[in-house]
Design a protein around this ligand. Structure first.
Ligand code: ATP
Length: 252
């Protein structure tokens, strides 16, 4: 791996890219995943590569929703595994969620590589790789229509980081509550989710773990109140305004 100089003004962004490239070489990430990351980077640049107060609020609502869920599931793809494998496992443990592999460009080999990587980071169980448990969502036309009956099939709350819009909309139609992590506040995923965290997953997951651990000591009434007082539409509008203002003031 090339060493990124800490003095480089975009050092963190370059380090994240390196992790994706390593993930690509390890067979976790597909070329399309690298392109999708580029779309995310552009929005992160406008955000100033920092967690906004709006995304903090969404992350808190997401943590509360995961803690209150009966069957929470974290859906993972190659990019998520390349960027935040340990954090995915830690979050799953903190909120008692299942982890399920779900790929747009699916292949048994890549599913197995992703599951293996997550196990290496401590996951005891990774769903989505065994045919006998798989079922299909009719509304989705890509490989992502495949879900695990024990995981997303049975879930009431699904965390979908870096998701495509078709599947988010289909999961909503199935009555699931959706938490999205997506740097693009205009994506269909961002618009369709119940809670949208407009932040880079490398910042969003550590914050969600911290908040989930803290909130796990609170009462269910308090958690319900956090969710009730969160307005996703208003929060997205505020994020969008913040981006526009940053662009207008040429601050990015
Ligand atoms: P949609 O189908 O929901 O309208 P899309 O076509 O952009 O959106 P994809 O290309 O499948 O969907 O998903 C990639 C999404 O993930 C993009 O919206 C991109 O902004 C976001 N993204 C990429 N990398 C990151 C990251 N590191 N953290 C958070 N979001 C990211």
């Amino acid at each position: 791996m090339n060493k990124v100089s800490p003095r480089h003004p975009r050092a963190e962004s370059l380090r994240i890219r390196e992790r994706l490239v390593e993930g690509f070489k390890a067979g976790l990430v597909v070329p399309e995943g690298l392109a999708a990351h580029g779309r995310g980077e552009a929005f992160d640049y406008i955000l100033g590569e920092q967690t906004t107060e709006h995304s903090q609020r969404a992350t808190e609502a997401a943590a509360a929703m995961l803690l209150l869920a009966k069957h929470p599931v974290i859906s993972v793809n190659g990019n998520v595994t390349a960027l935040v494998p340990a954090e995915t496992v830690e979050l799953a443990n903190a909120v008692n969620a299942k982890i399920e592999v779900n790929l747009f460009h699916g292949s048994a080999k890549r599913e197995a590589a992703i599951a293996k990587c997550l196990r290496r980071h401590g996951a005891k169980e990774v769903l989505g790789t065994e045919r006998k448990f798989s079922t299909r969502i009719k509304e989705v036309h890509s490989d992502r229509r495949k879900i695990d009956r024990r995981g997303i099939g049975a879930a009431d709350v699904v965390l979908v980081p870096l998701e495509d819009g078709d599947r988010t909309e289909a999961l909503k139609k199935l009555g699931k509550h959706i938490i999205a992590i997506d740097l693009n506040p205009m994506s269909r995923t961002a618009q369709a989710a119940d809670v949208t965290i407009v932040d880079n997953i490398v910042r969003a997951l550590p914050l969600m773990i911290k908040l989930a651990k803290r909130l796990s000591r609170d009462t269910k009434t308090k958690l319900r109140e956090i969710i009730r007082s969160f307005d996703n539409e208003a929060n997205l509008r505020a994020t969008f305004r913040l981006m526009l203002n940053r662009l207008k003031s040429e601050n990015c």
